[in-house]
Design a protein around this ligand. Structure first.
Ligand SMILES: [Zn+2]
Length: 457
């Protein structure tokens, strides 16, 4: 064999066993038994986890004008951060630009990722125009191996075209396409922003009031109704509140194909952060909520109501986040989370006893691989699976310093936090792509992960 990993605690969604892992041709070929490798890694006392599958990242620029809009990371820097943190597959939101169709944006982002990504990738084309061409392209994209789309209820264009978007969900249902939905109501947010402006409340700390829980709850209820009527597999992205989670629980109890993603910030931070002088650095959409919401989402992770923790990695420099010319409705949303996704969830989830190692594996890898049609190639450790593996030291502690990490963002929302549980090695298809925090992978080595249409897990 090319590589044997000795004596690690091999973790899957089903449990943990101490065994050796044999790797050849980029795949896991044998667990246990007699093995000898050209290269051998000793993982005694450490875990061997499936590489993370982060189904929600933004590594391509959605707008066309130079300087008009630009997140700090691209495919190279973003996936470098991913590999350093144990994430070996990323799902990018692929926007098309003015004058383009959905497939044009998809093609451009695929070419970008092929040339520049270090980690394996897949794409969710964003449906902005649900006209006849848009609907036909949902089916075309699925046939090309991209059976998921993204829809934003937070964009005003949604309310102008509700009937067409609902039709798009019927098309998606028939084609086995997962519809990822951003659930915040555009009209409520518009109204809240207007009321704040009328009261002269223009400071950054009012950001949470521009996107209240009601906007999320109402939009989530609508998405669930659309799921129920259309039958489309529906993936609620970055759920942040107890009210929205309760709505999803009720939908799931009706056996709907409804799945919930949450995002790291909602597990570790609350809205008091916005009272800090630099609180705008925590702006994400939806905003940070209350401790009760945070606790409800942890409970949802444990009872299976929440399927995945994905980053929504969309980083900015601190100066851009704190830009004083921006009103509370205009703050730049998103932050760097790819490198800290798995360590933070381990440190605050597994090490604290909140979740099991198997649940950690499901949340960071297995469930996303299943929902997005890549399992068992990705998301598990079994003969035949890609050897996307993380050798994980559960005892290593580092203090987070976003300025010295791999993302181009110059800060992390967790700067100064002491975090226990880090990768010592990250493997992608059998290749050691990161060791400690050093990433050896080069751009252009990654593949677009072949995907199948949705099947109910
Ligand atoms: Zn996003």
């Amino acid at each position: 064999m090319e590589l044997v990993i000795r004596g690690g605690k091999v973790a899957t969604a089903h449990g943990v066993v101490v065994t050796d892992v044999g790797i050849d041709g980029g795949r896991v070929v044998q667990l246990g038994g007699t093995l000898s490798g050209t290269t051998e890694l000793d993982a005694t006392g450490r875990f061997v986890l499936p590489g993370g599958v982060d189904a929600h990242v933004h590594l391509t620029d959605p707008y066309s004008g130079p300087g008009e809009h630009s997140w700090a990371d691209d495919f190279t820097t973003g996936t470098r951060a991913a590999l350093a943190g144990g994430v070996t597959t990323v799902g990018n939101m692929s926007f098309h630009r003015r004058g383009e169709q959905m497939l044009d944006g998809l093609e451009r982002d695929l070419a970008d990722a092929k040339a520049n990504s270090l980690a394996d990738y897949f794409m969710h084309p964003v449906l902005l125009e649900p006209d006849e061409v848009g609907l036909a392209q949902i089916v075309e994209a699925a046939a090309l191996g991209h059976p998921s789309i993204k829809v934003f209820l937070s964009f005003k264009r949604f309310d102008r075209n509700v009937d067409r978007f609902l039709k798009a969900m019927r098309v998606a249902a028939a084609a086995g396409v997962v519809v990822a939905i951003h659930c915040e109501d555009a009209a409520i947010m518009g109204c809240c922003g207007e009321m704040l402006a009328e009261q002269g409340l223009t400071e950054h700390r009012h950001y949470p009031e521009t996107r209240p829980v009601e906007a999320e709850r109402i939009a989530t209820e609508r998405a669930i109704g659309f799921c129920e009527i259309s039958g489309a597999p529906t993936y609620v992205v970055h759920l942040s509140s107890q009210a929205a989670l309760d709505a999803c629980r009720r939908g799931r109890a009706r056996n709907l194909p409804l799945y919930v993603e949450t995002r790291p910030i909602y597990l570790y931070l609350n809205r008091d952060r916005f009272d800090e002088p630099d609180g705008a650095k925590y702006a994400g959409a939806p905003p940070l909520r209350l401790d009760a919401d945070r606790d409800a989402i942890w409970a949802g992770i444990n009872d299976g109501s929440v399927a995945t923790v994905c980053t929504d990695h969309a980083p900015w420099s601190l100066a851009k986040k704190l830009d004083p010319s921006l009103g509370p409705s205009e703050l730049r949303q998103g932050m760097a989370e790819l490198e800290t996704l798995m360590p933070m969830l381990w440190s605050l989830g597994v090490a604290t006893g909140r979740i099991s190692v198997s649940r950690f594996v499901e949340m960071t890898s297995t469930n996303a691989a299943k929902l997005f049609g890549m399992y068992p190639q990705k998301g598990c450790i079994a003969p035949g699976s890609d050897a996307d593996l993380v050798i994980w030291d559960p005892n290593e502690t580092r203090v987070i310093d976003g300025g010295s990490m791999h993302s181009n963002a110059d800060y992390s929302p967790y700067d100064g936090w002491s975090v226990t549980g880090w990768p010592t090695h990250t493997l992608s298809r059998g290749e050691i792509v990161a060791e400690g925090s050093r990433v050896m992978a080069e751009p252009g080595r990654a593949i677009c992960v072949p995907r199948r249409p949705f099947e109910r897990p």
